[in-house]
Ligand binder design. Structure first.
Ligand SMILES: Nc1ncnc2c1ncn2[C@@H]1O[C@H](COP(=O)(O)OP(=O)(O)OP(=O)(O)O)[C@@H](O)[C@H]1O
Ligand SMILES: [Mg+2]
Length: 269
């Protein structure tokens, strides 16, 4: 019974859960770097890029940074990109802006979206920030057109700052010649990598405390195994740590060692 570990270790809720609240996010140095760029990019009305390995904490960093923007001042617009056409992208953006429009005309769609952005900025005095998660999925031909969204008043008004978030491939796509108009607007880049051993220890401790356990049941060999097995990446570390807890509880062991983590590793990719 896999749930047995929760009572065995005395957790008050699921440890290493994905649905942690904004206030439960661990403020790592990398997160603060992202936050600084989230203030800087909108101020300039430019484009920012956040890349990182799968499960390194990109979306969490975005959530954290967006929550620090004051809602009366900012109007964050968050979309998760797809590998679809530019029209698909506009449709997602239109929905995120609460625009009720049904048209197959690309130019009309773009015009309506830009009117709404101009309205938010000029009439409602809000700073719009477009965040595009999973932007590494965006096709090259979509990147080639995306800069037109940011052009207002003959490109004199930077009313739509944009933060593109995605896997490392995103940076490669932006180096293509066709992406140059968009890439030339980038003023800040940030890359999230796997954390070091000390940061991983703090991360695990943080998640244990969130679930109601103050001590640290992971012995040093388990910590090293989680760090090495995950490459310092948070999502994989979550799975290894939880799997280690399950394996140890099955043996009635209060301490998790490297062997428990190795067992957990056989269950995940
Ligand atoms: N600073 C943090 N504090 C607490 N938990 C975190 C933090 N950063 C990441 N996590 C946790 O790590 C897991 C992976 O994070 P996240 O989904 O943000 O990664 P990602 O880089 O966006 O992944 P993907 O490449 O799949 O989009 C999540 O369960 C999240 O809750
Ligand atoms: Mg993500």
């Amino acid at each position: 019974m896999k749930d047995h570990y929760r009572t065995f270790f005395g957790f008050t809720k699921e440890p290493f859960a994905t649905d942690i609240g904004y206030k439960e996010i661990l403020e790592t140095p990398e997160l603060l770097n992202v936050k600084i760029r989230f203030e800087y990019v909108p101020r300039l009305g430019a484009v920012g890029v956040l890349t990182g390995e799968v499960g390194s904490g990109k979306s969490t960093a975005v959530r954290y940074a967006l929550n620090t923007l004051h809602p009366s001042e900012y109007r964050p617009v968050y979309i998760t990109a797809s590998s679809g056409s530019i029209m698909e992208f506009y449709r997602q953006l239109k929905d995120a802006l609460d625009i009720h429009l049904s048209t197959n005309s690309k130019s009309f769609m773009l015009k309506t979206i830009k009117q709404e952005i101009a309205n938010l900025v000029c009439e409602k005095k809000r700073k719009v920030v477009l965040v595009v998660d999973e932007a590494s999925l965006i096709r090259l031909e979509v990147f080639a057109e995306l800069h037109t969204l940011c052009q207002f008043e003959q490109d004199a008004k930077p009313w739509l700052p944009m933060i593109l978030v995605g896997q490392t491939l995103l940076a490669d796509k932006l180096t293509f010649r066709s992406s140059q108009p968009l890439a030339s607007r980038v003023v800040a880049k940030c890359h999230l990598e796997g954390v070091d051993l000390a940061e991983m220890k703090a991360y695990l401790q943080h998640h244990l405390a969130l679930a109601g356990v103050d001590g640290n049941p992971f012995d040093p060999t388990a910590l090293t195994a989680i760090h090495q097995g995950s490459g310092g990446l948070f999502r994989k570390a979550n799975h290894l740590a939880r799997g280690g807890l399950i394996a140890a509880a099955a043996e009635q062991s209060n301490i998790i060692c490297a062997e428990h983590i190795r067992l957990a590793a056989t269950e995940i990719f």
